[in-house]
Design a protein. Structure first.
Length: 445
């Protein structure tokens, strides 16, 4: 008998990718078979993103396109952040939608698929429980809470967030932070290493808050210490999404002493002017930021720092924006992501409106990115003549494509290697060329 097939479209961030892969594992265990083409699938699932307006628009457009192309017998389920917060609106905008599953109960995907296939449903079947966010099925169920791509994997260590950021809808969507048990994470890391993984990327809405709800002190450092012992032959461990004010001396010292933990940190700062940060309900102590970055660079001279900023936040004056430009020029980050403020109903910042004109937001965005492009090029040029270890991830004609310790998957740059290196291997590459975001070189013999 032919097994029913499914196809998952995952939108948004890497944390969504983890949930998508976990749903796929549950469906496969229930007897379903994954296919690469939506046209060949009996069940279509879109794991949506609802973080900001453009992401909501993309999710809605993908759902509408799949709904219009549905063949008889196919079912379409919308899951994830967008449906958790705007389920009824999604149903109104996407005629032909069969099921709606919120992000807090992704682990019920098999139940939802069975429900929409086994009953007439002129209206979508809703599955949007309002209980607190959970981290998934029983840890003994064998479901890996990780998204694997090649020889790298994102490992979700917690879900939800307890931070008070005024502009962010994540607590409304995901609920407060829930950390995954330490022993479960260590077991998953071992299983991933057994599959040949070379790099583990730790993710959460705030990785530095890991273990707070479990009564742990300095939980991220504790987790890293245990990972070092549990998977001593794992090549790289990368930390994403650290919260300002929560990067401890213990964490810094561990990064310096452990060859596994990469000298790379993603720490979203969001702005540099204290008054803007106060309106954002973000940590506004810029002295702490400067001192911590200086300490990290003293202890970790090879440190690569990625950060993100928001321009056009309500009340941002030209003087406040100039403070941000001056800070970026002074601090010289390796990587910077920039977003234009997106008005989000229901958040604390909604009361401030959206007073900065779109053309001003765009102009500030362009100025900041132009500044950072120049800084990135200068930093990249400093690597010419050096040799970097590079994880090879693909081949394009006579070029091999890979990443160094400075490059997180999907968001940072690449190292372009002359010739064909073996995919999945970490090779020494002598850098011979530099571009604003990428490096190029040859394998060092």
């Amino acid at each position: 008998m032919n097994r029913l097939t499914f196809h998952v479209t995952s939108l948004g961030c890497a944390k969504n990718s983890v949930d998508s892969d976990s749903m796929a594992q549950l469906l496969e265990r229930a007897g379903y078979r994954t296919v690469n083409s939506p046209a060949r699938a009996d069940v279509l699932i879109v794991n949506t993103c609802g973080f900001i307006g453009p992401a909501r628009d993309e999710s809605t457009q993908v759902l509408q396109s799949l709904a219009e192309a549905k063949r008889p017998g196919q079912v379409l389920i919308a899951a994830g952040c967008l449906t958790q917060r705007y389920g009824a609106e999604v149903a109104r905008q996407v005629p032909g939608l069969d099921g709606i599953l919120g992000t807090r109960r992704w682990m019920d995907i098999v139940e939802v698929v069975q429900a929409v296939r086994n009953r007439p449903h002129p209206e979508p079947f809703y599955h949007l429980p309002e209980e607190a966010v959970t981290v998934g099925p029983d840890p003994d169920a064998g479901i890996l809470r990780a998204s694997v791509a090649g020889t790298s994997a994102y490992l979700k260590i917690a879900d939800g967030c307890r931070r008070p950021c005024a502009f962010c809808a994540i607590p409304l969507i995901k609920g407060t932070a829930v950390s995954r048990p330490l022993d479960v994470l260590l077991d998953e890391a071992r299983r991933l290493r057994e599959q040949g993984l070379r790099e583990l990327v730790l993710i959460a809405q705030d990785t530095t808050d890991y273990g707070h709800d479990l009564g742990m002190k300095d939980g991220l450092a504790v987790l890293l210490e245990n990972l070092n012992r549990a998977v001593p032959d794992l090549d790289w461990i990368r930390i994403m999404y650290a919260y300002p004010g929560c990067v401890t001396d213990r964490l810094i010292d561990l990064m310096a002493s452990s060859p596994q933990v990469l000298p790379y940190l993603d720490i979203p700062l969001q702005h540099a002017h204290p008054e803007t940060l106060t309106r954002m309900r973000r940590p506004a102590n810029m002295e702490w930021v400067r001192n911590t970055i200086a300490r990290m660079r003293a202890v970790l001279p090879r440190l690569a720092i990625r950060t993100t900023f928001i321009v056009g936040y309500p009340g941002e004056t030209e003087a406040e924006f100039q403070t941000l430009l001056d800070f970026v020029a002074e601090t010289r980050f390796d990587r910077v992501g920039t977003f234009q403020f997106s008005y989000e109903p229901g958040t604390v910042s909604a009361a401030l409106g959206d007073p900065v004109p779109a053309e001003v937001k765009d102009e500030r965005y362009q100025r900041l990115m132009l500044l950072q492009q120049s800084i990135s090029l200068q930093i990249n040029q400093s690597f010419v003549g050096q040799t970097l270890d590079v994880l090879v991830e693909g081949i394009d004609k006579n070029l091999s494509l890979g990443r160094s310790y400075r490059d997180a998957p999907e968001i940072d740059g690449l190292v372009l290697i002359e010739g064909r290196a073996k995919v999945g291997q970490i090779v020494p590459v002598r850098i011979g060329g530099a571009m604003p975001y990428d490096l190029s070189g040859v394998v060092s013999r």
